[in-house]
Design a protein around this ligand. Structure first.
Ligand code: GTB
Length: 217
């Protein structure tokens, strides 16, 4: 049985690759592992069969033989640990790459998601216009720190790693906002990630789901 992941049956972002199956697809493409995708609806995500795989009723999940995983970061790390290409053979470099993966998920992503949720769910609130700039300042602070670290390097710690893969995925959540524009090196960093053949294959695969849907297939 091939590796099987889950993804949205109906892509809410119209194929922009913003859902978290994208980082799992990208990691699998980087290490050259074929995979199947089980597309599921929002209703299916809340059914017992899916909740047994993902306790919060979300995508993505990952199944390989008798192993079932949830949480895109844990899945990306598992793929990186089992296959070569996303972690260095040097133990210290590998640990630093994992630190960057955690930095992406627990330092960079939360304020970005908080802003997204505020835009979607709180725009009607009286305090929204006051709160939004505060949230954006918090994101800018983090982007400034990250930009300072990256400087003119291609990747966060030497060669491309799972840390970069997850970080680029997180920064892509800012596409459509102007927040990255003040940081040309981060714009170039995201573009470098998106230029990788494995990213392109992953992106095309999830876009194809949207295009099939739109064509009514
Ligand atoms: N921490 C988990 C992980 O990293 O795996 C979070 C998983 C998660 O948030 N999954 C979302 C989900 O299943 C999809 S990715 N949501 C359904 C639910 O909770 O009921 C988040 C997402 C959704 C939509 C867009 N978009 O339209 O642009 C972007 C990202």
């Amino acid at each position: 049985m091939p590796i099987t992941i889950t993804a949205f049956q109906t892509s809410p972002d119209r194929g922009q690759g913003q859902a978290r199956d994208m980082r799992v697809r990208w990691a699998l493409e980087e290490v050259g592992q074929p995979y199947d995708v089980r597309l599921i609806s929002f209703d299916m995500m809340k059914e017992p069969a899916h909740l047994a795989l993902q306790p919060f009723g979300q995508i993505p999940t990952y199944e390989d033989g008798d192993l079932a995983l949830f949480e895109s970061g844990a899945i990306a790390l598992h793929i990186a640990e089992r296959h070569s290409g996303l972690l260095s053979d040097d133990a210290n470099a590998s640990s630093r790459a994992i630190a960057w993966m955690f930095a992406a998920l627990s330092t960079m992503e939360p304020p970005i998601i908080e802003r997204e949720l505020a835009l979607i769910l709180e725009s009607g609130q009286s305090w929204h216009t006051e709160r939004l700039p505060l949230m954006e300042d918090r994101i800018r602070d983090r982007l400034g720190q990250l930009s300072g670290w990256l400087d003119d390097a291609d990747w966060l710690d030497g060669t491309f790693s799972v840390g970069d893969l997850v970080m680029v995925g997180v920064l892509r959540r800012l596409n459509g906002s102007s927040l990255l524009n003040a940081f040309p090196n981060l714009l170039a960093y995201v573009a470098r990630g998106e230029a990788r053949p494995a990213f392109k294959r992953a992106f095309a695969a999830q876009l194809a789901v949207f295009e099939r849907q739109s064509a009514g297939a």
